[in-house]
Design a protein around this ligand. Structure first.
Ligand code: PEP
Ligand code: MN
Length: 469
């Protein structure tokens, strides 16, 4: 460890320098901002924003820079991103056990993916800030106390409550402060888990053995046997310490959709050492499918921060539009700056993705391509519950890898909605198959359906097979 002294406080109250291009953390306000809640009391919002602006950053610019470097290596083919967590963090997600189980399943998946791909896996949670949701409809039908009701849509814990009452659905600016403190508490726990050894590689491997024993899939058992050999070989090397170094003090980064712009603005701080603006609400921020308009506020905001930035890319994206986004968000063509997270749907990926990949490849943008096999595969299940079929998720991932293999580009990662709990939100899986009639047993998501622990692990084994050269 290098000794480090703080000559001045890098995490102090921000000054607001004028940057050469005229960008500042509030310049998004000059652009149309989609999906902003109808705050009923803008004076109260301003007060909260002033308070947030004086609170400490949640993550440092140096940490975001480390993630940016890791994503840069992945963009050039030397790494694989595993970005995963809740669709929307809500009450249950903040419990220590929920955070523990999520980190555990992500570590297990990462070990399997690293083995399959032969690449370092960059671990990023949809966690410690993923509390705001874009909605297709401003109102939604709910079961009220005395029958069905149309209420303002639930927009995530950062904005309003999910309870089926008009009061709960009223956007409340105090929730932005609540989201900040919730993020800080989850992040503190993540830092505790990751600082000095959550588990050794041998322990992670033993957990994976338990999963494979339960799933009884011979292909997965064969992959674990191969891993056994490698682990034994490593242990036999002179000087090898028990427990793999990458599991001791490993990096686990945070990310969320940068949706509620006043919140992101208040947490954006001037980084003196890098001479750049840094959004200190998370290591990585992404722009959703509904807010990626070229002249919109979200793109304007993301263009000025030096965090690694992701953009969701759905089936209506045109090559020219995507190139314009690349120009805007990665003008200096810096690997690690821009991650394109494609979410086409299993039925469309093989037609929709190739022209986009070719356009970006031929224009020379060094983006990281990541597959979100969740959001293009949402269907209505029994009783109207939103669900996704495990097989569709696998098929989109398979299509993604095929397209990149054909284009000679790197299938650089996967973006998933998952939990470490045994929920019943997505259909299928083999170890403990979720059937239509089981959907309501443990349907606990605050928004979209997530893979449960066993489905998530199974997906990592399948992905490992697909990525194996
Ligand atoms: C999400 O990631 O939860 C989401 C809303 O995705 P998208 O913007 O791709 O629809
Ligand atoms: Mn979602």
């Amino acid at each position: 460890m290098t000794a480090f002294t703080f000559v001045s406080n890098p995490f102090g109250t921000p000054s607001t320098p004028t940057t050469q291009d005229g960008w500042n953390p509030g310049s998004w306000q000059e652009h149309p901002a989609a999906q902003q809640p109808p705050w009923p009391d803008t004076a109260a919002l301003d007060t909260v924003i002033d308070q947030l602006a004086l609170l400490p950053p949640l993550v440092s610019a140096a940490e975001s820079a480390r993630l940016r470097a890791a994503l840069g290596a992945a963009a050039l083919g030397d790494g694989f991103l595993l970005q995963a967590g809740d669709c929307a963090e809500s009450t249950g997600s903040f419990h220590a056990d929920a955070v523990y189980n999520k980190v555990k399943v992500i570590l297990q998946m990462s070990s399997v993916l690293a083995f399959g791909s032969g690449l370092p896996v960059v671990k990023v949670g949809r966690i410690a800030g993923q509390m705001a949701k874009p909605r297709s409809n401003p109102v939604e039908p709910v079961d009220g106390p005395s029958g069905p009701l149309l209420l303002p849509s639930y927009r995530g814990e950062m904005v309003n409550g999910s309870a089926p009452t008009p009061e709960a659905r009223r956007p409340d600016p105090d929730r932005l402060l609540y989201a900040y403190y919730r993020s800080a508490s989850s992040l503190n726990l993540l830092r505790m888990f990751t600082a000095d050894g959550f588990a050794t590689l041998d322990e992670v491997h033993a957990w994976n053995r338990e999963h494979v024993a339960a799933s009884a899939d011979p292909r997965h058992a064969a992959l674990l046997d191969d891993m056994d050999h490698v682990l034994r070989y490593l242990a036999s090397r002179p000087g090898t310490q028990p427990g793999a170094p990458e599991q001791q003090g490993f990096d686990f980064f945070t990310s969320h959709e940068a949706l509620i712009l006043p919140y992101e603005q208040a947490l954006t701080r001037w980084d003196h050492s890098g001479s750049a603006w840094h959004d200190a609400s998370a290591h990585m921020a992404w722009i959703g499918e509904r807010t990626r308009q070229l002249d919109g506020a979200h793109v304007e905001f993301a263009a000025g921060i030096d965090n690694p930035v992701g953009v969701k890319v759905g089936p209506t994206m045109e090559p020219e539009e995507l190139l314009a986004l690349c120009r805007r968000l990665d003008p200096t063509r810096d690997p690690g700056r821009l991650t394109l997270i494609t979410r086409m749907g299993a039925g469309r990926i093989r037609e929709a993705l190739p022209p986009l990949v070719r356009a970006v490849r031929d224009a020379g943008y060094p983006v990281l391509w990541v597959c979100d096999p969740m959001h293009g595969n949402t269907i209505a299940g029994s009783g109207g519950l939103k669900t996704r079929r495990f097989n569709d998720i696998v098929d989109e991932l398979r299509g993604f890898i095929e397209v990149h293999r054909q284009a000679g580009t790197h299938p650089g990662g996967v973006h998933l909605e998952l939990t470490g709990e045994d929920v019943t939100e997505c259909l299928g899986g083999t170890a403990s198959e979720v059937l239509e009639e089981n959907l309501s047993d443990r349907y606990e998501t605050a928004c979209d359906p997530r893979l449960n622990r066993s489905q998530a692990l199974e997906l990592s084994f399948i992905a490992a097979e697909l990525l194996r050269k």
